[in-house]
Structures are given as structure tokens and as C-alpha cells.
Design a protein around this ligand. Structure first.
Ligand SMILES: *Cc1c(COP(=O)(O)O)cnc(C)c1O
Length: 366
């Protein structure tokens, strides 16, 4: 029996292969490799898809978060609040922007940022809160926004895992600014590194584009100390081809998640919870299991590409040990970390593959 991968990038490529090959030929023929018409078209199309007016293509998702943070004024001397249960990149982006990361715990049911904890962590130095739309569903950003009232704390959404997800009909960034990643395994994945920032406000988008392009919009104007973080035309070809399929791919992920939900009934696993008002896009189907290491090893031995998102909360990594947040700082994040288990999910996964995953999981649980 063939293995079931965590993510099947070959199956996705098969659907877009012809368009990608034709597009690569076009770009190579025209030799406009960075930016240009292909990137501009993708930016317009992605803005339209997300329902956010402005999109700036950048080099990767970590840069996208850093650029969005810098655009809202986060930097040395300021604090940025983010959840301890996230991919390390969220915290790296804060540190690279020069701000101090202020970690908070996650909600025990959705594993998303704990809104009350985030608001309680606000100080006069807070410049931004970064809700992470983990696993493919949006965090309750509107609750944060409502309680921030007229304060000048910005909300910078980490939408790396939530392309196409909505909350009460609105996507990430629709009321502010959001950063996303097109790492190959994301719901919308490039063939290398790529990312984007979407913003409701033209000036904010312009600030991102300026910083990302060596601090200036015209050649040899450098108004701020910027970085080089731009989207390649070859990646834009891939992203444009895949974007036309993203809505149906997300629909297929929802169907796959519903199948897992039914198949897992009665097993000793905690199934994922979806917040009311959310249209989930199931970047990751994350359950909690007892004896996780043993279960994971058995799944791997059976050819099932399960994974962990994420094994170590940010405050327990060596990189952020300097924050001085010892064991017990965030009980929810610490309790779930040794139990989390991500099952294979991708648009092309078949019911038979899912049945086999659940069969192997049941066997592994004993
Ligand atoms: C993938 C990811 C990122 C970083 O994106 P890269 O493109 O790999 O730099 C940031 N945050 C989250 C939650 C992610 O999943």
C-alpha cells in the first residue's frame, strides 16, 4: 500500500501543470523575473479573492509579518502581543522588527490566541497584537478590536494558514492588515518561498511596499532603511494558476474535515473545534491524543504522514528562552503541546485514504 503524505503537492501540481509550464515559458522569454506585470496581476487577483483592497507580494510569510508590523510602527521600544501556540516565525517577525515579543496563552478549546489574556497584556508600550489564524480558522479578531476601542494598538493578523477563511463573512485584513505565507505546503502554495501582505488602507500598503523594496518606491530613492523582500514573477505564475482553484480546494478540505470528524467519532481523540461564525479552510486537521510520540511513530511506521503543529510553545524554545518565561507560564499551550497530532489533509485526499488514516490511528491508540 502506498504511503499517505501529510500534504500532496504533486496532486496539486498535476491540476495546474499546463498553466505553470506555459507561464514559466512566458516569464523566461520576457526576462522580467522580479515584480512586473505577472506579480501586479497576482496582487490584484489575491486582493479580489480575499476581499481586501490592497495586496503587496513579498518574499515569504515571515517577512510579510515583519513588514506589516514595521508598517504599523512596531519597532525598538515597543511591545507586540502574540500567542505562545504558533509557528516560531510569528515570534521571529516581532523580534526582527525590533519589538519585544509579549507572549500570551491560547484558548483551551480552539488553541487560538486567548483574547482576554491578550487584552490584559496591553501596556502603554504595546504597538500591536498579532492574532494567528491557526490551522485555517480565524481568531475572534472582532472581539479584540471592539475592546481596544479607540486605542492606537494595531491588529496585525497572521493569516499564513488561513487563505480564503472568513469570520462572519469577512477575511483576514479586511478591517486592517494581514500577512500571509505561500510556503509550498500552505493552502495556496508557491514553488519556493513567497508571501503577501493585504491591507484595507492604501497608505499602509504603500508603507509595506516601500520597506520591502529597499525603502523606496522609485529606483534609487531610499526614504527609510528597508529590506529586499519581493515576489518573484515565476512564483506569481504558480500562485495565479492555483488561486483560480483555491475556493474549490478549500471546499474539498472542508469535506475532508467533515469526513474525519465522523470517522473519529468514538475514538480516544479530541477533535478540533470550529468557532461560530467561521468558515474554516482546514490548512491543518489537528487532534489531541494520549501517548502522542508512540501514536505518531506507529502512524509513520504504517505509512501515514502525520505531524505536529507545534511540539514546543514559543516560550519553551531556545530562541526565546531569553524572555524568561519558565514552565507553567502558559498552562493551556503547555498542556496541548505534547498531545497535538496533525492528520494528513489536502484537497485531493480520498475517502479511502482517510478511512485508512483513521484505521491506523485506531490501531495505534490500541
Ligand atoms: C508558515 C507560517 C509562517 C511563515 O511563513 P514562511 O513563508 O515560511 O516564512 C508564519 N506564521 C505561521 C502561522 C505559519 O504557518
Amino acid at each position: 500500500m502506498s504511503n499517505i503524505p501529510l500534504v500532496d503537492l504533486a496532486a496539486a501540481h498535476a491540476e495546474v501543470a499546463e498553466e505553470v509550464e506555459a507561464g514559466f515559458k512566458r516569464i523566461i522569454g520576457g526576462t522580467a523575473f522580479i515584480g512586473g506585470a505577472e506579480v501586479a496581476s497576482f496582487e490584484e487577483e489575491y486582493a479580489a479573492f480575499t476581499g481586501v483592497p490592497h495586496c503587496v507580494g513579498v518574499a515569504n510569510g515571515t517577512d510579510a509579518i515583519e513588514l506589516a508590523l514595521r508598517a504599523v510602527g512596531a519597532g525598538p521600544g515597543s511591545e507586540v502581543i502574540l500567542p505562545a501556540n504558533t509557528f516560531i516565525a510569528t515570534a521571529e517577525a516581532v523580534a526582527r522588527a525590533g519589538a519585544r515579543p509579549v507572549l500570551v496563552d491560547c484558548d483551551p478549546d480552539t488553541y487560538l490566541i486567548d483574547v482576554d489574556a491578550a487584552l490584559a497584556a496591553v501596556t502603554p508600550a504595546t504597538r500591536a497584537i498579532v492574532p494567528v489564524h491557526l490551522y485555517g480558522q480565524l481568531a475572534p479578531v472582532e472581539r479584540i478590536r471592539a475592546r481596544l476601542g479607540g486605542s492606537d494598538v494595531a491588529i496585525v493578523e497572521d493569516a499564513a494558514q488561513s487563505q480564503g477563511a472568513t469570520r462572519f463573512g469577512r477575511g483576514a485584513g479586511a478591517d486592517g492588515i494581514a500577512a500571509t505565507s505561500f510556503y509550498p505546503g500552505k493552502n495556496l502554495g508557491a514553488y519556493g518561498d513567497a508571501g503577501a501582505v493585504v491591507a484595507a488602507d492604501a497608505e499602509l500598503a504603500k508603507a509595506v511596499r516601500t520597506i520591502a523594496n529597499h525603502g523606496g518606491l522609485a529606483k534609487y530613492t531610499h526614504d527609510v532603511v528597508g529590506v529586499n523582500s519581493r515576489l518573484d514573477a515565476l512564483q506569481a505564475v504558480v500562485l495565479r494558476a492555483k488561486l483560480t482553484r483555491l475556493a474549490s480546494w478549500n471546499e474539498a478540505r472542508r469535506a475532508a474535515a467533515a469526513r474525519y470528524h465522523a470517522l473519529l467519532e468514538g475514538l480516544d481523540v479530541v477533535r478540533p473545534t470550529t468557532l461560530e461564525g467561521n468558515e474554516h479552510v482546514w490548512h491543518i486537521y489537528c487532534v489531541r491524543v494520549p501517548r502522542r510520540e508512540e501514536v505518531l511513530a506507529k502512524l509513520h511506521a504504517a505509512g501515514v504522514g502525520a505531524a505536529i503543529h507545534y511540539p514546543v510553545p514559543v516560550h519553551r524554545t531556545g530562541a526565546f528562552a531569553g524572555l524568561g518565561l519558565g514552565k507553567g507560564s502558559f498552562p493551556h499551550a503547555e498542556r496541548i503541546a505534547p498531545e497535538l497530532l496533525s492528520l494528513p489533509i489536502y484537497p485531493q485526499i480520498t475517502p479511502a485514504q482517510q478511512e485508512r488514516v483513521v484505521r491506523e490511528l485506531a490501531a495505534a491508540l490500541g
